[in-house]
Ligand binder design. Sequence first.
Ligand code: HAM
Length: 419
Amino acid sequence: MIKAIKGTKDLLPSDAPRWHYLESVVKNIFSKFNYKEIRTPVFEVTSLFARSIGEETDIVGKEMYTFEDKGGTSVTLKPEMTAGVVRAFIEHSLGAQQSLNKLFYISPMFRQERPQAGRLRQFHQFGGEAIGSSSPLLDGELIQIAYDILKALGLKDLTVKINSLGVPETRENYKNLLREFLKDKKDKLSEDSRKRFDKNILRIFDSKIESDQKLLEGAPMLIENLDEESEKDFELVKEYLTKVNIPFEVDPKLVRGLDYYTKTTFEIISGSVGAQSALLGGGRYDLLVEQLGGKPTPAVGFAAGMERILLACENENSFTVDESAIDVYLIRIDKELEMTVCEIASGLRRAGLNIDCDYLQRSVKAQMREANKFKARFALFVGGEEFEQGNLNLKNMESGEQQNIPLDDINRIINLIKA
Ligand code: HAM
């Protein structure tokens, strides 16, 4: 038997109501802040990701699904959305039409990571990107959107972490400070961290290894060495969050795993999902548009892992959704009325009702079982003596109340059901 690829997941009909609910909350809250939806292709040329996320990152170095298409072009299944959104922003001159573009998305992503709870190879993100303003109030707005979505889903065990990575010059100066601090300790670092020492020293803070963290004790922190502008902006982000009642922690070690960030970075962590606890992450990326060939345009955004969020919701039992019920199940009493049932069903559907009926020649009793299974609000009996007298029998499944309605007065049935 052929099985789904490791790290991918089928979303079955029984999963769909929870996904629909999550998607509706996402769309609803983004539209409150006037964000418009953008959809970009599932694959892009590989260099787009290498140039934006960074050659030395785990994503580009180890995790991308990259292959040559038949024309010999190297293409990659998108591991994240920001690069594609910025590519589309430049390609379609969105900045010329609208000075601030506030965009949101819901899309599958692909990363060849080791699968575990909350970590998949095909997963889904929703996210937002605001391209065209350097205002730190927009950083605040995006954190608020992210937080409001998680709260609307009923999640409680949340920690908002924020940090600032400063402007590139600050960061370069700081990297030298850190290099100086770690120079004599380099040999004691783990192999991974030693590699990072040379290639991407900030990421040493991400190390999960205790001895690495011990060696970092007393290290100078970037947040204490910020340039004036980044510091001023960071203060405004904090003020915004305070004004809109979002509790947060400043985490000087929050460096993020993608290279395009400048100034504010943030994550929201859940205490109820185990090791893969980052429900979402984001930050400012003021230089990326220019790096990818556009006019200098500041921007900020975030993306959230939908599987992880649903896992947190499940563990916290934070919301329940009713399985969608149908309005009417048509019950055919006489075998020869099959086509008549289809005709009546069709009229009711075109009047806007959700209808189902039997296609397996089941007995009346079995058809009633189906009606119950689908939580039909009404059963409509077609056949028997009533039908011979020109009537249909409508049963309210909740109250048990039944009434005969003339076949030529279908509107009465519709009104009763819609009432
Ligand atoms: P990221 O931190 O790489 O950022 O991913 C964002 C979120 O996607 C994570 O916090 C996590 O919830 C989810 N995620 C990542 N990898 C996996 C996986 N393998 N399985 C399940 N969920 C996963 C970005 O992607 C940036 N593009 C965010 C951003 C947007 N920054 C600015 N704008």
